[in-house]
Write a protein that binds this ligand. Structure first.
Ligand code: SF4
Ligand code: SF4
Length: 256
């Protein structure tokens, strides 16, 4: 996919916890990590996907009737979808009267997203806010992210990138040139533990954080404190020792 189009799964307006001021947060779909405690699991897959909630399903059969591919059938487990037949058209979610089927993720033009963002410029100006690119992992769609960052920059909109820090250095360098603030997740210091609970080692992440700090990027570190996983004294001490050596860290937030 080129930079003028990408896949998102949400746009949140009037966000007040995603950086300074009032912000519009764009959630890019796809993430190379799979954290045990992920708050946005719908953002992990880089493709659109269907979610079926059996507890909401009233068994009306509208979804099966509406599916041109005959991919949906009634089973003892509810209305199940044959993934080999499904073309991800989203019709079944549109016709479902009970919101039991949800189609998550849409391919969107960068220009269309900018139209939505620009409507909020008066709020940004009034509050010192701007736009935040989150996910998923926004650096997972680098061309699309760079296109959006460029477009926001041309409009003078403050740009924040909320990242796990897991990206190749050349991508990070290009993004850093167009980013006013990084919200950088620092999960845990032990590489083996990090791999066990997130699916990847933290070596690239820590190296990228050091790089950004030394290059003068503005960084707000965010530590999701997960009971029984990273709230032990050893991890907290190692994190503090690591962070205190970094220049340009503007603040540290502990996330519950
Ligand atoms: S997304 Fe489209 S093809 Fe897939 S099950 Fe629903 S209606 Fe059928
Ligand atoms: S349309 Fe919705 S409520 Fe009706 S059977 Fe399908 S999933 Fe269930």
């Amino acid at each position: 996919m080129t930079g003028d189009r990408g896949i998102i799964f949400n746009i949140k307006k009037y966000a007040i916890h995603d950086g300074p001021g009032i912000r519009t947060t764009v959630f890019l779909k796809g993430c190379p990590l799979s954290c045990w405690w992920c708050h946005n699991p719908e953002g992990i897959s880089s493709r659109p996907h269907l979610v079926y909630r059996r507890d909401l399903c009233v068994g009306c059969g509208e979804c099966a009737d509406g599916c041109a591919k005959n991919a949906i059938s009634l089973t003892p487990e509810g209305m199940l979808t044959d993934a080999s037949l499904c073309k991800l058209c989203g019709v079944c979610a549109e016709v479902c009267p009970a919101e039991a089927r949800e189609f998550i993720g849409q391919i969107q033009e960068a220009a269309r997203i900018m139209e939505m963002i620009e409507k909020d410029i008066p709020f940004f100006d009034e509050s010192g806010g701007g736009v935040t690119f989150s996910g998923g992992e926004p650096l997972f769609q680098p061309a699309f992210l760079l296109e959006l960052l460029d477009a926001c920059g041309r409009k003078g909109i403050h740009r924040t990138v909320d990242t796990s820090g897991y990206a190749d250095k050349d991508i990070l360098m290009a993004v850093a040139e167009k980013t006013d603030l990084f919200l950088f997740d620092l999960k845990m210091m032990d590489p083996e533990k990090h791999k066990r609970f997130t699916g990847v080692s933290n070596e690239k992440i820590l190296s990228n954080l050091v790089y950004l700090a030394r290059e003068g990027a503005s960084i707000s570190i965010r530590i999701p404190l997960i009971p029984g996983i990273n709230d032990d004294e050893k991890n907290i001490e190692q994190t503090a020792t690591f962070v205190e050596k970094l220049p340009n860290v503007r603040d540290i937030h502990i996330l519950p």
